[in-house]
Design a protein. Sequence first.
Length: 494
Amino acid sequence: MNEIRTELNERLESIRELLLESMALVATRVEDVTEVLLSRDVAGADRIILHDDEFDLIAQQIEENCIETLIREQPVASDLRTIVAAMHMNSDIERSGDLCANIAKAVGRLQGTQIDDKTRDLIVRMAEQAKVLFERSVEAYSGLDAELAQSIDELDDVLDDLHRDYIQTVIKEAKHGDMVPQQSLQLALIGRFYERIGDHAENLGERIRYIVDGWTPEREGAERARARASAAETGDAVASPPEDEEIRSRGLAVIDSISEERRIDATRRDFVANVSHELKTPVGAVVLLAETMVDANDEERSRLIEHLNQEALRMESIIDDLLELTRLEEFDAVSEPVVIDDAVMMAVDLAKGYADARNIEVAVVGLPSDTRVVGEMRQIVRALVNLIDNAARYSEPGSQVGVTVDPLVEAVDISVSDSGVGIARPELERIFERFYRVDRARSRETGGTGLGLSIVRHVADNHGGRILVDSKPGEGSTFTLQLPKSAAASDEEE
Ligand code: ADP
């Protein structure tokens, strides 16, 4: 037993050291990349891009270590918490590394751009702040200090403010017309990269608090809601959450015991914050583009209009998906018989345009299946379109997407498979959350909203079914929508 414990401790220690090493590496990388950015040192930027795989290597080591520990040592309770958090932290750090590489990639595109003193100064300050955030994460994680971890939120607020000033400055510059619109956009993007590095550090702070005392954002929201509710009952001012030791150590179990209503309250508040955050980017871009257009010549203007159009479409898809989610939440079990074969054909027809545009063939297997379910045709089609769109979105052009209908005894499985990028295990549990994306840049580039899979999950729930996923990074994914067959359909079969 002791031997096992020692090995487990050694493994955990090595995961911890690797995480600390890669966090510190982000802090240094932010500093380096800012230096090459400000001196427009393209060769230096190329060197940084070349070293991007340092992060991937450490991340891979951490992931392997975590998986090995899970398999071999079968950790329980707090050790398990450490490993789960480590896996999430690992991806936040890795993505911060990618963002540094993105900044480096922008250096070449900024050739010939005069960056004025104010913009420069704000870049320097954003970079310093991002670095401080990661240094604070190192400190909080090495001392497992929840308070220090919490202070990361405030540091990130400072970075957000700097980012806001920065965007304003870039817009003003663009209005002066000293810069071609592409360069203004490039600068705006750079600001956004720093801001997102800050968001990842904030996530690290949350994970550290989770390791130390089982804190989760949902729990804090629920505690606030509970405090408000009890204050409303007693007429008191809002009390601070109870410092109950037992509750502190129980972590996730606490969440399960809170009433559904309060949980929804907390989720809704997070949701509003997320929506605002999501819309901020396209709205910011539209403002920037519109302002830039004022003094642009004809050729630039048509390019800007194209960009404007893209951003407007993006906002439209986010709003469209949000409305769909609201409709799904309000859905009152409509019980019309849905012929699965029709739903699948309709979904394939609707998704074909996007797949064709990416040169991806959609092949359907298992029709006719002659199965029916009870529910709403529109919802099922929407869920399938989302799955097929995703399969096409996260695959290489020229590849194939398969849709398979497989009738079981009491249910029907509709699977959508691709041989695309796949999804790593720690991400699998999160992809159904609203606005969660594994790779934000790719999702954005290809028109994703981050809401597609939450819609699919809602549709499955509304039909008493479920959604399953099997995926391997680099090899591809299979999403299966499993819906219970209608009794009428079984009757007919008999
Ligand atoms: P999005 O609009 O970003 O695609 P979704 O909610 O549909 O949002 O999916 C959430 C995230 O799950 C995506 O951003 C992507 O990272 C991942 N994902 C979904 N489907 C696939 C797939 N078929 N292959 C790889 N990753 C996927």
